[in-house]
Design a protein around this ligand. Structure first.
Ligand SMILES: C[S@@+](CC[C@H](N)C(=O)[O-])C[C@H]1O[C@@H](n2cnc3c(N)ncnc32)[C@H](O)[C@@H]1O
Length: 303
């Protein structure tokens, strides 16, 4: 959805833009191509490999600042890059193809590797360490809530039993264990897909990151600036939609206090969300579950 993202950002050639999820810079490149020489970009990624690759590929690009930080530190990262306001912010949530395709990162149930799954291997604990200490109840809860896994309890029990015999340290070990425990395998979906997704979301606190960044993003935008989010599963869709709805409505007042519409100070104007076209899904299967959300910042009090 490269074109749709660029269109949704309504890029001003001299503006300042943030890509919160640089990855390998596909969207950053598309945004830069619409910026004039006086425009600027700040791109974040918490993955040191992404930043390293970006510094190589974009070495000659003086309009771009690459920041190795989680996007939950957006305001501080932008401030240090010299920008306390800007015209557009974009997030392409989830993991990148290089992360999935590099066995040593531990995201993949297809290729064997250490069970890590951290987007920033320098922060937090690897999935194997979390699995070694988590209680069965909490594990089942994570699998159910973040993976929509109907066999969550069964898988959690099997993991806890297995780790008493042997630590679960590789992606193959976990994938094989889950495959053995799940009674019905879905067609064209690896039985461990949901388990891996849930553990990845937990280990990287992906929903916490999203909840912390959205209010910062809105405060950072100038009036007329755009917030654009590409999300891939219902937990993200729901949070983004709820946040935009709240910001469109404006400040919350207790029900018993009568307020005028003009006293609510909405911070966002809702625009539509979009789903990928059939052709896009055929060309890029990852886009099948994508939703592009976008909204525009209001000026203070110009509701
Ligand atoms: C789907 S990929 C982005 C792909 C990118 N749009 C491109 O065109 O190459 C998501 C990227 O965002 C990064 N990421 C995910 N959550 C993050 C967070 N909370 N803070 C910073 N980076 C994050 C991941 O490390 C990954 O590199």
């Amino acid at each position: 959805m490269l074109e749709e993202v660029v269109e949704a950002l309504k890029i001003r050639p001299g503006g300042v833009y943030v890509d919160g999820t640089f990855g390998r810079g596909g969207h950053t490149q598309a945004i830069l191509s619409q910026l004039g020489p006086e425009g600027s970009m700040v791109a974040f990624d918490r993955d040191p490999d992404a930043i390293r690759a970006g510094r190589d590929v974009f070495a000659m690009e003086s309009r771009l600042k690459l920041v190795h930080r989680p996007f939950s530190e957006l305001a501080q990262g932008c401030h240090e890059a010299g920008f306390d306001q800007g015209d557009g912010i974009f997030f392409d949530l989830g993991v990148s193809s290089p992360q999935l395709d590099t066995p040593s990162r531990g995201f993949s149930f297809i290729n064997d590797g250490p069970l890590d799954m951290r987007m920033d291997p320098g922060q937090g604990e690897p999935a194997s360490a979390w699995l070694a200490r988590v209680e069965a109840g909490e594990l089942a809860d994570v699998l159910f809530r973040f993976g929509d896994e109907r066999y969550a309890r069964r898988i959690a029990r099997a993991i806890v039993k297995e780790r008493e015999v042997k630590a679960i340290e590789t992606t193959d070990q976990l994938a094989a264990l889950v495959s053995k425990v799940i009674p019905h395998h879905e067609k064209s979906k690896h039985p461990a897909t949901r388990t891996f997704q849930a553990i990845r979301i937990k280990v990287n606190d992906e929903l916490g990151q999203l909840e912390r960044v959205l209010p910062q993003a809105v405060r950072w935008l100038r009036p007329g600036g755009r917030l654009v989010v590409l999300s891939f599963h219902s937990l993200e869709h729901r949070r983004v939609k709820k946040f935009i709805r709240q910001e469109v409505r404006g400040d919350d007042f207790p029900i018993e206090i009568p307020v005028l519409q003009s006293q609510l100070h909405p911070r966002l104007k809702s625009l539509k969300s979009r789903r990928p076209s059939k052709e896009e899904v055929a060309n890029n299967p990852r886009s099948r579950s994508a939703t592009l959300h976008f909204a525009e910042a209001m000026g203070d009090g110009n509701a």
